[in-house]
Design a protein around this ligand. Sequence first.
Ligand code: 13P
Ligand code: SF4
Length: 346
Amino acid sequence: MIDLSAQQPAPVLAYTPQVAAATAAVYDRVRDVIPAIEWPVHAPYIEAIERLKKERNAIVLAHNYQTPEIFHGVADLTGDSLALARMAAETDADVIVLCGVHFMAETAKLLNPAKTVLIPDLKAGCSLASSITGADVRLLKERYPGVPVVTYVNTSADVKAETDVCCTSANAVEVVESLGVDRVIFLPDEYLGRYVARHTDVELILWHGHCEVHERFTGDQLRQFRRRYDDLQILAHPECPPDVLEEADFVGSTSGMIRAVGERRPRRVVMVTECSMSDNVAVEHPEVEFIRPCNLCPHMKRITLPKILDSLRHLRYEVEVAPEIAAPARRAVERMLEVGRGSQAG
Ligand code: 13P
Ligand code: SF4
């Protein structure tokens, strides 16, 4: 459970009996992860956002790392980066509000150039996306002529534009192998790259980008959990360092980890990833005990209910991609969607 009260502006909307009634069903679902004392702060925003979505013919897409009041309160569709890209490609809403980080909103815009794509806070970045630029990729291509470039979606459109095909953590091995070559430049996540390299014979040329959330987990931390808790299932995201993945019972994308909880039905589980995931999944699995080392993504946490409401009211902040970058970047994302079409990898 995360205390965001320090980051939120004071509530300006009233918790009226009508708001309480309109949001009662949502609160019933999340009561184990959101204390009752917090609900009067969230509920008026949830009610107002729901009304405005209808007026605007808008859809809210939320990544699995969004806080429970967003994930369970106002999101129409939720998922990992791959699922969000697919949903963005398929929606017929006029406005897409992307509750996640900037590269996700940019991907949605690439796939829906005619639609209004909004992100509630333009500063919601990503340490992986900021680890590399389009100019860096051009230099690598000069150094390794003819070697295809596979880029994690956690990158700017500028980097995607220099890319042959994108991937996410859910389909990285499949995408690399789809190229049918011996050697690939794989950017920018070194740890995801090392994980992929263990599952393919293709040689990967790596970059040293890291996720600031996942790189903080350690193998020692997980060994301590194993000693302290019996019957513990460790589910880890492939952005974690190799010694962490060594300790894991399952490695997969955020949605892959969620599915694993449903399929394995562990007595105890630790999700080695961003903090809010456990809260969101615990809502669906009250019978599972979640051990919660809490590493927050400061970028994901920039998105709040008041900012989502503002975003819908003022149609801000609109995400745009320059046409000369958008065309090649879109091709790289579309190629990824082609590779994975119909598969439920991760
Ligand atoms: P996935 O949800 O695609 O697994 O990615 C995790 C992540 O860190 C996104 O920022
Ligand atoms: Fe980027 Fe890591 Fe935050 Fe995901 S969790 S948005 S990879 S910094």
